[in-house]
Design a protein around this ligand. Structure first.
Ligand SMILES: [Fe+2]
Ligand SMILES: [Zn+2]
Length: 385
C-alpha cells in the first residue's frame, strides 16, 4: 500500500473543537480542558498525561514505542504538574521533576475516553441493503477508491470489487491490494467445487444455512472473500445476513436471551484427521463499552455443549432457536447470485453467509483475511480509529 494518506488528520468532529479549547485548570491530580463547544470539561489525569508524553525522551519517534518507564510514576514529582497552559492547538505542561511535555490538543481529543465514538454502522436487512461495487482497475490503482471500499466494509460489512478477471491469481491480486491473504489449514487461496476435499458442507452442492466461518478458532477469521469463477447450472445464490441487525432485533424481543448468549459460551469445533480446533467463547462478543463487536454463529460447527449449567439448558435452547428464527427470517436474508468477475468481501465478525443448493458445475475461489491485517489497512486510511 502506498504511503499517501497516512497522516493524523483533524477529523471533522474535532476540527471545530480544537480551536475552541482555550482554558486549562489544574485540580487534584488532574487537568481539565475547557471549551465553550463542550458541555463538560475534558478531564486528563496527571499520571495518564505523563505516561503519554510524546517527547524524544519518553517516546521513540521512529519505532513509535514508549521509552518512558511506568515505574517512574511511583514518584510523586513525576506526576505532579507545576504549570500548564494552552496556546493555539498545543497544551504545554511543566512537571515538578523539571520535565516538560507538549501535547497537540487534536491528539488529546482523539484519545480521550470521554469522546470515544464508535464507527457508524449501517444496519441492513433484505429490503434496504445496497451493495457497493468498486471496479477492479480503479480499486487497484486509486487510493481514494480503496478508502471508499474500506468505508463500505466498515459501515455495511460487505462490498464487491467488480470486473476482476475470473482466475485465482487475479482474485489474489485483488485481495492483496488490501491485506495479505491469511494462511490457515485450508491453505491460502482455495478453489472449491463439490469434491469434499475437506470435511465441510461448503465442499458439497447442498444448501448451507447462514453462518459465520471458523467459530472454532480463538480469533475467527476477519474477512471472507469469495469469487465464483464458473457456474453452468441453476441455483447457488448466496445468502447474506447482517448479524448485528439480527442481534439488535433479538435484544429487543428477548433481553434475557441476548444476555445469555452474550455471557455463556457456545463452543465451536473442527475435527478432521490430526486437527482438532476448539473455541470456547460466547456467540455474542462485546467490547468494554458493551457494544457488540463479533458474532460467532454456526450451528453446524458447535462442539458438545459443556459450558451451560444443566438448569439453564432448556432456556439456552429456547434462546438459540429464537435467534436462529430471526437469522432465517426472509426479511433478514439478502440473496445474491455471485457471477464471474465479482469478488465479494464479507466481514466475518458481523455478516453471516450461506448458499442455496445448486445444480451443474460450479467453481469458486476465495480466501480469508486476518482481522488484525484488515483493521490495520482500515486504520492506515483513517477509516478506523
Ligand atoms: Fe462459510
Ligand atoms: Zn517526555
Amino acid at each position: 500500500m502506498k504511503q499517501v494518506l497516512k497522516q493524523n488528520p483533524v477529523s471533522g468532529v474535532f476540527k471545530c473543537l480544537v480551536r475552541s479549547v482555550t482554558n486549562v485548570f489544574l485540580h487534584e491530580g488532574r487537568l481539565q480542558l475547557h471549551s465553550e463547544k463542550l458541555g463538560k470539561p475534558l478531564c486528563f489525569y496527571n499520571v495518564w498525561l505523563r505516561d503519554h508524553c510524546r517527547c524524544n525522551e519518553c517516546y521513540h519517534v521512529r519505532t513509535n514505542q514508549r521509552l518512558f518507564d511506568i515505574l517512574k510514576l511511583d514518584q510523586d514529582s513525576v506526576s505532579k504538574i507545576n504549570k500548564a497552559c494552552v496556546k493555539e492547538d498545543l497544551l504545554t505542561v511543566s512537571w515538578a521533576d523539571g520535565h516538560k511535555s507538549t501535547y497537540s490538543i487534536n491528539w488529546l481529543l482523539q484519545h480521550t475516553h470521554q469522546l470515544k465514538s464508535r464507527n457508524s454502522l449501517e444496519l441492513w436487512d433484505s429490503s434496504n441493503l445496497k451493495i457497493d461495487y468498486y471496479p477492479y482497475e480503479k480499486f487497484m490503482s486509486c487510493d481514494k477508491v480503496l478508502r471508499d471500499f474500506l468505508v463500505a466494509m466498515v459501515s455495511k460489512g460487505v462490498a464487491i470489487v467488480s470486473d476482476v478477471p475470473p482466475s485465482v491469481i487475479k482474485t489474489r491480486e485483488t485481495v492483496e491490494r488490501l491485506s495479505p491473504v491469511m494462511k490457515t489449514f485450508y491453505g491460502e487461496m482455495w478453489e472449491f467445487s463439490d469434491n469434499l476435499e475437506y470435511s465441510d458442507t461448503a465442499y458439497t452442492s447442498d444448501a448451507i444455512e447462514s453462518h459465520t466461518d471458523t467459530t472454532y478458532m480463538l480469533q475467527s477469521v476477519g474477512i471472507q472473500v469469495l469469487h465464483c469463477l464458473k457456474h453452468n447450472g441453476e441455483g447457488g445464490e448466496n445468502t447474506l445476513v447482517d448479524g448485528f441487525n439480527c442481534v439488535k432485533q433479538f435484544k429487543n424481543e428477548s433481553y434475557q436471551g441476548y444476555n445469555m448468549l452474550s455471557s455463556l459460551s457456545t463452543p465451536g469445533e473442527y475435527i478432521d484427521g490430526e486437527r482438532h480446533y476448539k473455541c470456547d467463547l460466547p456467540m455474542l462478543l462485546h467490547n468494554q463499552e458493551n457494544e457488540l463487536i463479533r458474532v460467532r454463529y454456526n450451528t453446524h460447527d458447535r462442539a458438545p455443549l459443556e459450558t451451560v449449567p444443566p438448569t439453564l439448558i432448556p432456556e439456552y435452547y429456547r434462546h438459540l432457536i429464537h435467534l436462529t428464527k430471526i437469522i432465517r427470517n426472509p426479511k433478514n436474508v439478502y440473496l445474491l447470485k455471485l457471477t464471474p468477475g465479482n469478488v465479494i468481501f464479507m466481514d466475518n465478525w458481523r455478516i453471516l453467509h450461506g448458499r442455496l443448493a445448486y445444480t451443474g458445475a460450479r467453481v469458486m475461489t476465495g480466501c480469508y483475511i486476518d482481522r488484525s491485517d484488515f483493521e490495520s489497512s482500515a486504520r492506515f486510511f483513517n477509516v478506523l480509529p
